[in-house]
Design a protein around this ligand. Structure first.
Ligand code: ATP
Ligand code: MG
Length: 777
């Protein structure tokens, strides 16, 4: 049988795909067909080299990517597999039987193929073998172990810090303690090892928390995410038989997005490839391979300990040291098949601003395409309006585009809200990739439940959602009592709750908490008629302790939730501005419509919304990258940290390179933060893009349709003032609107300068001195 699918590849890809045994690294920029090469390689191993699918281990970065890879392989190769299985008889079968056979053969194959994320693949291995593992204290787990997610792990740490060890959680912030434990695990350190490495007081305390944390995991027959990688490493090191089994099974190992691998993940790959043998000369490369693909410029997960030096060291680690090693163990791909030339050039030029990188070639294979459109919006709502109008227009005017052709990429989850609101209003189907829609997020549902309970006390579902959220010591038995009584009497739960005597009778020791809760709801009910909705929201958020509770958790996830709650507050403010005399009830009705309008049918094309992190590996004909503002993207925390700033730039590179035909970039001049309008400074990344490729959109003047590319509007003339002042940290300045303040940070230099000022009255803001016209005082 001829294997003609290899003709879909260029010569370098083909070399990577056809390479059979031994190590091979594919390094290349975005959109150069790395994932395609990996997918075709799996098919080639099966079809050409007759490798049994059960001997292949393919690691992808997300579960979705794994599913897609299986689908792609199926689409390409189900027929070839069926022919390979049934020979010439296959062609003689009626079409109906061919289809059935194809899917039967395919199913039997795909079942055997181990394709997934590190976490999913190795938790599967642990389901087989964890009973053979014991930790340094001799503890064991059984195969029904639970997996504690990050928020479970953090609550466990918090409980140990505050309840079990009675420590001050200001000094031993649960988030930072959990981070230290996670780091230790990623370095393979036990609590004892950790204490030896950090013999000071803090180190000793963290080691103790770590040790108790491990006790609790073991008591619960549970593992955390780090364990899903670390435990297999230890198990393989402990038990030669177990390692031997998996070593013999997985003869061909493939890893996508290798630049985002961390050290323990690397250890796993290395153990499986080398059987734990350290001497390179003893490695057996007969019938075995390790194939990794990656791009150091797309490494964006260092906060999860990803380390792209692992990619750079691949050849040294796995190569066999022969003189022609370079060509034998590495393939570079230099053609980009995804993006039009203008988009690619912008990406290439941006990433050149990073110092920590290796230069590489990435040539366009497609035409120049349109210029990149840049839009400066008055505020975040105008930005969302621009994007949604564009999408509608482009979809209407270009028959080859459908809703699935568009993606909106942003830096933080909370930014999705204005886009979602407008998409709902325009009745455009959309999905949030790798996350929940705004109104489906837990914290939004919690806060809306408070508001519903206030406006409509008969809403028992909402009352029950918040009666003990955040925890106020009202247990399940008490709640059952109260609900039971209401049912008996045929009244609402609220009637019981709002009567102190009934509560005192029914709620036992938690009566006080229940009465306080009811009094709080009543208090805000009394304000409904006179107080604006946003004030009620703010009041109940403070009174209930909901935000306070989130903030005290101190986790990244909790911080994300706080941002979402603040965004809900922005939504209420926006609603009040856009409509006259609105009540809280009106807002809730509009929010309910937003969440209810889930008009997405299975398989229907939809606009994709996602964070830049979630967009890795994906591609879309039209991409909108929004919110390019200093402090947002790049984010505030990276602005004083050069290597964090480089990671933000890599994230920007990932964003740009998702676009195939069109790229739109936007920022707002003002953005609502905590309900107030704050001036925003455009992102320094915009200054790093080639000016000649950017055109500024002016409403009413831009040509949208592809065919109308001749009438591109003129470039924005930069009416910027030159920098006349040499701003320094410590300078006292006067701003027209914000008053007096002191410069605390200076970012960038020359034309790209921005400064952070701590205003005496209004707190810290980042400002572009060229626009703001500061005066020294
Ligand atoms: P990323 O770095 O973003 O993960 P990648 O290097 O994995 O990108 P792919 O997603 O594999 O790139 O490929 C990008 C696009 O180019 C896909 O649409 C793919 O089908 C197409 N492509 C890859 N190789 C070729 C080729 N030889 N001929 C035509 N199209 C190709
Ligand atoms: Mg890829």
């Amino acid at each position: 049988m001829t294997i003609d699918f290899l003709s879909h590849l260029n010569p370098s890809q083909r070399r990577a795909v056809e390479h059979f045994c031994g190590p091979l690294l594919v390094v290349a920029g975005a959109g150069s067909g790395k994932t395609r090469a990996l997918t075709y390689r799996i098919a080639n191993l099966i079809l050409q080299h007759r490798v049994d699918p059960e001997n292949i281990l393919a690691v992808t970065f997300t579960n979705k990517a794994a599913r897609e890879m299986k689908e792609r392989i199926q689409k390409l190769f189900a027929e070839q597999l069926a022919i390979a299985e049934f020979g010439e008889r296959f062609d003689l079968l009626p079409e109906y039987d061919q289809v059935r056979l194809k899917s039967r053969v395919w199913r039997s194959y795909i079942k055997e193929l181990w394709c997934g994320t590190f976490h999913s693949l190795f938790s599967r291995i642990l389901r087989f073998d964890i009973e053979k593992y014991q930790d340094e204290k001799g503890r064991r787990w059984n195969r029904n172990f639970s997996i504690f997610d990050e928020s479970d792990a953090q609550s466990l740490v918090k409980e140990i810090v505050t309840k079990q060890l009675n420590l001050d959680d200001k000094k031993f912030e649960p988030r930072s303690v959990r981070y230290a434990i996670s780091n230790a695990k990623n370095k393979g350190l036990s609590p004892h090892d950790y204490e030896r490495e950090q013999p000071n007081y803090r180190g000793r305390v963290i080691a103790e928390v770590y040790s108790k944390y491990q006790d609790r995991l073991a008591e619960n027959n549970a593992l955390d995410f780090d364990d899903l990688i670390l435990v297999p490493v230890k198990l393989f090191q402990q038990n030669e038989q177990v390692l031997g089994y998996w070593y013999r099974k997985f003869r061909h190992i493939l890893v996508d997005e290798y630049q985002d691998t961390n050290r323990t993940q690397y250890d796993l790959i290395r153990l499986l490839v080398t059987h734990g043998e350290t001497n390179k000369n003893n490695w057996d490369w007969r019938d075995r391979s390790v194939f990794v693909v990656g791009d150091a410029d797309q490494s964006i997960y260092s906060f999860r300990m990803a380390d792209f030096t692992i990619l750079l060291e691949f050849q040294q680690d796995f190569g066999d040291g022969l003189p022609d090693e370079d060509t034998r163990t590495m393939v570079k791909l230099e053609e980009n098949y995804r993006s039009c030339e203008n988009i690619l050039q912008a990406a290439n030029q941006l990433i050149e601003n990073n110092t920590q990188r290796i230069d590489k070639v990435l040539r366009a294979t497609r035409g120049a395409g349109e210029q990149i459109y840049f839009f400066k919006a008055d505020d975040e709502i105008a930005e969302a309006e621009f994007v949604i109008n564009q999408i509608r227009k482009l979809e209407r005017e270009n028959p080859e585009l459908n809703w699935g052709s568009f993606a909106i990429l942003y830096r933080t989850n909370a930014q999705s809200r204005p886009f979602e609101d407008l998409l709902v209003r325009a009745q455009i189907p959309y999905t949030v990739v790798g996350g929940l829609k705004f109104y489906d997020r837990k914290e939004i549902k919690d806060v809306l439940a408070y508001l519903r309970a206030i406006t409509n006390p008969a809403d028992t579902v909402s009352l029950l959602r918040v009666i003990n959220t955040p925890r106020r010591g009202i247990g399940k038995a008490t709640i059952d009592n109260l609900v039971g009584a209401a049912q008996e009497l045929g009244t609402t739960l609220w009637e019981i709750l709002s009567d102190q005597t009934s509560v005192n009778t029914l709620a036992g020791r938690s009566a006080k908490s229940v009465n306080n809760f009811a009094a709080m709801i009543s208090r805000w009910q009394a304000e409904l008629a006179t107080m604006p909705a946003s004030d009620i929201l703010q009041g109940i958020l403070e009174d209930s302790g909901y935000v306070q509770d989130l903030m005290s958790q101190g986790t990244d996830e909790a911080e994300d939730r706080v941002q979402n709650v603040q965004e809900l507050f922005n939504a209420v403010r926006q609603f009040e501005e856009e409509n006259e005399e609105v009540s809280l009830g009106d807002f809730l009705a509009s929010a309910a419509l937003s969440s209810d309008l889930d008009n997405l049918k299975e398989g229907q094309a939809a606009v994709s919304l996602m964070t830049l992190h979630a967009s890795k590996g994906l591609e879309f004909p039209v991409v909108y990258m929004v919110g390019l503002e200093q402090g947002l993207f790049p984010n505030y925390r990276s602005m004083n940290d050069p290597s964090a700033l480089e990671e933000e730039r890599r994230l920007c590179y990932v964003g740009i390179t998702r676009a195939q035909e069109r790229l739109f970039i936007s920022h707002a001049r003002e953005r609502r933060l905590y309900g107030n309008r704050e001036p925003a400074v455009r992102s320094q990344f915009l200054e790093e893009l080639p000016e000649e490729l950017l055109v500024t959109h002016r409403p009413g003047r831009m040509a949208y349709a592809k065919s109308a590319s001749g009438s591109i509007p003129q470039r924005e003339t930069k009416a910027r003032q030159s920098v006349t002042e040499n701003w320094q940290v410590g300078d006292r300045v006067l701003h027209k609107i914000f008053g007096e303040g002191e410069i605390t940070h200076v970012f960038g230099s020359g034309r790209k300068i921005s400064v952070a000022i701590k205003f005496d009255q209004l707190g810290q803001k980042i400002i572009d001195p060229q626009v703001a016209q500061l005066q020294r005082v």
